[in-house]
Design a protein around this ligand. Structure first.
Ligand SMILES: CC(C)(COP(=O)(O)OP(=O)(O)OC[C@H]1O[C@@H](n2cnc3c(N)ncnc32)[C@H](O)[C@@H]1OP(=O)(O)O)[C@@H](O)C(=O)NCCC(=O)NCCS
Length: 192
């Protein structure tokens, strides 16, 4: 199943276009956006990441969508779903993730896009569970996870295998949301 574009109240979650590279490279070079990553990314690294994201769509039909404001900026970052690209105690698994340009923080865009992605994950892809993870100190990202109903348990914390041993950003928290929990959260809030 190839999911093309998802529309929410204020956003389009859409396939990537070549023109997204410039603003994507800018946000990946912004130290505020990359505070919880080992370092900012170069233009070449952004290009490679964009190619990997597009490749994921080709293989799976879903991925980290480019996010566009319906009444504004044609690219503010990405939000979406991805197969976790490493082995850990919770894999294989599908994660939900986000990265937005700093100017687009604080407006509820990540949450709005994430809720649409979860709906797709549970109603169309019929996943049993969606996970999300980040470094322990990433308060803003953890707040999105909590706002969309994900739950954290200390027992799930893990060392990210792509971060070198001893690095302060190696320790990660894992959040989970199962389909039954998601349905229960939505009961009475939204019609099917
Ligand atoms: C993580 C990230 C996407 C969170 O963005 P965010 O804008 O804080 O998250 P949300 O979209 O959920 O917005 C919530 C904020 O918008 C505010 N808001 C304003 N209008 C809103 C609306 N209509 N609906 C909901 N919230 C709204 C909320 O009050 C909240 O503000 P607060 O942070 O002052 O409490 C962003 O910080 C980011 O891109 N970080 C860098 C990349 C990163 O670390 N990614 C995760 C790596 S694992």
């Amino acid at each position: 199943m190839q999911i093309e574009t998802i529309e929410t109240e204020r956003l389009l979650l859409r396939p990537w276009r070549d023109a997204d590279l410039e603003p994507f490279a800018q946000l990946n070079a912004d130290a505020r956006v990359m505070e919880h990553f080992p370092r900012v990314a170069s233009r070449a690294e952004s290009q490679a990441l964009m190619a990997r994201i597009r490749g994921h769509f080709d293989r799976h039909g879903y991925g980290f969508w480019a996010v566009e404001l319906k009444r504004g900026d044609p690219f503010i970052g990405f939000v979406g779903l991805g197969t976790v690209p490493f082995d850990a105690h919770f894999t294989p698994a599908v994660e939900i993730g986000w990265r937005l340009a700093h100017a687009s923080w604080g407006r509820g865009y990540a949450g709005e896009a994430a809720r649409a992605a979860l709906r797709l994950a549970f109603l169309e892809l019929l996943l049993d569970e969606v996970v999300s993870f980040t470094v322990t100190a990433n308060r803003r990202s953890r707040a999105v996870m909590e706002r969309i109903g994900m739950r954290h348990a200390d027992v799930d914390d893990f060392d990210h295998p792509h971060v070198p041993a001893g690095h302060p950003m190696r320790r990660h928290v894992l959040y989970r949301l199962g389909r039954a929990e998601w349905r229960a959260l939505r009961a009475g809030v939204e019609d099917e």
